[in-house]
Write a protein that binds this ligand. Sequence first.
Ligand code: A3P
Length: 332
Amino acid sequence: MELQLDSISKPIENQKEDEFEKSFKEIISTLPKSNGWGVSKDLCQYQGFWLHPNFLRGVVAAQQRFQAQPTDIILCSVPKAGTTWLKSLTFATISRTSFDDSTTPLLSNMPHEIVPFMELHHAQFFTNKDRGIPLLSTHIPYPSLPRSVIDSGCKLVYICRDPKDSFVSMYHFIARNLTSRKVQPLGLDEAFELFCEGQCFYGPYWDHVLGYWKASLEHPDKILFLKYEEMRGDTVVYVKKLAEFINYPFSSEEQENGVPEKIVKMCSFEKLSNLEVNKTGVYGELGTGFVENKTYFRKGEVGDWKNCLTPEMAARLDQITMQKLSGSGLSL
Ligand code: A3P
């Protein structure tokens, strides 16, 4: 069996399930806790990163049981950096011989339903693989990835973004979700403080990015490192690069026929955010309950932080970014 995470959501062997629950409880009881931005439970610091307990359960299960295959493709991201977009583009690229822009499942399914998260909806991965779509995604920080992901040599594609825009995106995402459940969201200042201190979902943000950045320098053939802003600048170029990297290159004929351009248009913010499924649907059980699909499609702009952060806040985040990335060769 390639993926053995059944016990998280679908207990097949109760004894194994009990053992897992027991060891998970032991692990979680020892971890430092922090304010979870008002989302049900506190975040737990695990292997240097702050995780919501429901995601943490999936991370621990994946570390113990996930067996990656060399042909798997794992889309990795720091939250609110363009995960939904990357999933759409990669899925449309891989499935282009089966579907076109009038038949693609992206028209009626939210991208997170199509490309499941390793730490949440592993079962779907099996089904997708059987259909020739070996695509999985994760927010797991590089040092915490299941050993088999590194050992298998499967391809990883990572996306990150200007931390100022990711913070603003995360703040709105959580505020909208809490408001829809009639829960008072955290104030912007308080959330900002937590973000700066690294206490956000899968944070510290900079450590997450640096982990994948350094790994991508060491293994450029295995890890493609992308930035949201650069992809927004010339998406067609990056989709071609992505296709090449994951071994689904566009043929000359496809390029002459404008296939990459059609994929980019199909996956554009304008197109996806206006689909009925993304306007009105809900994404089930994101570990913390149902999430309205529309909250994944807010503005899709580069530099929207200007509408939300004071110049002082922006300067503080830039300062932290400069300090953290100093000497790494990376700028955000
Ligand atoms: P904003 O909140 O700044 O608008 P993630 O998918 O990692 O959760 O990131 C969410 C961010 O990606 C949101 O940013 C969202 O609007 C943006 N996004 C979603 N779909 C997109 C698309 N097709 N093209 C560009 N950006 C997109």
